[in-house]
Design a protein around this ligand. Structure first.
Ligand code: URA
Ligand code: CA
Length: 433
């Protein structure tokens, strides 16, 4: 087989065979096929697309390019949740203990990553003592015992995706549905879950800004998951404004605690119940979405979800007393309000820009080795559609530096207030099964 022929075939809009896809993925992972040939193939895929069969085979070939996590020693159906990423997305911190509290095993592999705030692990590490450096055996034992554990990504998962993603980044081929869908799904599948719930975000703060693109990506990922034997569904949710009120690491842990107490922001709570119900049904812990949701709502209000969070923190060395005393989480030195410059209704809170402002405060990392400040961030007091009076605080900036003029300018530019009628955006834009 020759890479040249594979490139030519895709250029001429023909479907690649399983053997051809495996040949190029293996060859590229081993370093036998050069970047320039894979670049040409990626550009051909960008223009000619791939059919459902090719997409599933590309995903499977990337899964097989490295280690695969074996979760079979964990009892029950393991359901994973994946979000395509947004601003202030606290859902994992809430969903893990919440669905575990109704019997769904949660074996979460998580990363730190780059972004506006840290990843799930960074957020959890704002709880004193909490750590994710546990062995694989310990991880499995904890999930069997407590139904929930989080471990840092280890091993050599999907090396083909790492190499291809790097190449796409410099060849203008990131924005391709078959390439994005196979990239995301290969990582989920290699991580060992039996079933997958996807939260595909749409809006200004999302990777897929446009609703039609989000639906197309969701459909592509669900089709791949089901084709390779993992029960998969997707929820399409709004990311035009940040989710919930808190953007920042310790601030989001506090928000997660409030939500697990049944006192969380409305949008965050609703999204957790929507995604959680789907997870509970896929794990066969309820027969219908309605029954699943009732179980989750009950545990938000009877303290069981919160209790599960304490057990989880404690089992990985964390000081669970923060749940009852959130003031013992890292706190920033200064709390600075941002007063509204006019009265009216909040018309826009551009999620991306709020995220950038949080990053300017030090909540996220721009490079892999940057150190993040767990205490800092932003807490919104108003969301789109809310009424606001001139001088009233729109949000609080939690900062360790007194000089936040630049951050304030950024925030003022990302929030608009209008005199007209403004409706809150729809939270759930659709589902794909
Ligand atoms: N996230 C991924 O993991 N892969 C992509 O291709 C795009 C976003
Ligand atoms: Ca939030």
């Amino acid at each position: 087989m020759r890479m040249y022929d594979i490139i030519e075939k895709k250029r001429d809009n023909q479907a690649l065979t399983k053997e051809e896809i495996q040949f190029f993925i293996q060859g590229y992972t081993n370093g036998e096929i050069p970047d320039y040939q894979v670049s040409a193939l990626l550009m051909a895929i960008y223009f000619q697309d791939m059919n459902d069969q090719e997409r599933a085979e590309l995903t499977q070939a990337m899964v097989e390019s490295g280690d695969q996590i074996d979760l079979s020693a964990i009892d029950g159906i393991k359901v994973d949740k994946h979000s395509t990423g947004g601003v202030g997305d606290t859902t994992t911190l809430i969903l893990a203990p919440l669905v575990a509290s109704v019997g769904v095993p949660v074996a979460k592999m998580s990363g730190r990553g780059l972004g506006h705030t840290g990843g799930t692990i960074d957020k959890l590490e704002s709880v004193p003592g909490f750590h994710v450096e546990i062995s694989n055996d310990e991880f499995i034992e904890l999930v069997n015992k407590n139904k929930v554990a989080v471990v840092g990504q280890s091993g050599n998962l999907t090396p083909a995706d790492k190499k291809i993603y790097g190449l796409r980044d410099v060849t203008a081929t990131v924005n391709s549905i078959p390439l994005i869908a196979s990239s995301i799904m290969s990582k989920k599948i290699a991580s060992g879950a039996d079933a997958i719930v996807l939260d595909v975000k749409t809006g200004a703060g999302a990777f897929m800004k446009d609703l039609d693109d989000a639906k197309e990506l969701a459909t592509a990922m669900v089709t791949i998951g089901n084709k390779v034997g993992r029960n998969t569904m997707a929820v399409i949710s709004d990311m035009s404004q940040p989710l919930g009120n808190a953007i920042g690491n310790a601030l989001e842990v506090k928000e997660a605690i409030e939500t697990l107490q049944g006192n969380g922001p409305e949008d965050l709570t609703e999204l957790c119940l929507t995604l959680g119900s789907q997870m509970v049904v896929l794990a066969k812990q309820a027969a219908t979405i309605k029954e699943a949701r009732a179980k989750l709502e009950e545990n938000l209000h009877n303290g069981k979800a919160l209790q599960q969070f304490k057990i989880f923190l404690n089992s990985q060395g964390g000081d669970a007393s923060v749940v009852d005393q959130p003031e013992s989480l890292p706190q920033a030195t200064y709390q600075i309000e941002l007063p509204a410059k006019s009265s009216g209704k909040v018309a826009e809170i551009i999620a991306d820009d709020i995220g950038t402002a949080a990053m300017m405060l030090g909540a996220g990392r721009a490079t892999k080795d940057a150190v993040i400040d767990l205490a800092v961030g932003i807490v919104l007091h108003k969301k789109i559609g809310d009424e606001v009076k001139e001088g009233e605080s729109l949000l609080t900036i939690h900062t360790n530096s007194e000089d936040v003029d630049e951050v304030k300018d950024k925030l003022y530019r990302s929030i608009s207030i209008s005199a007209g009628e403004i409706e809150a955006p729809t939270l759930i834009h659709g589902m794909v099964t």
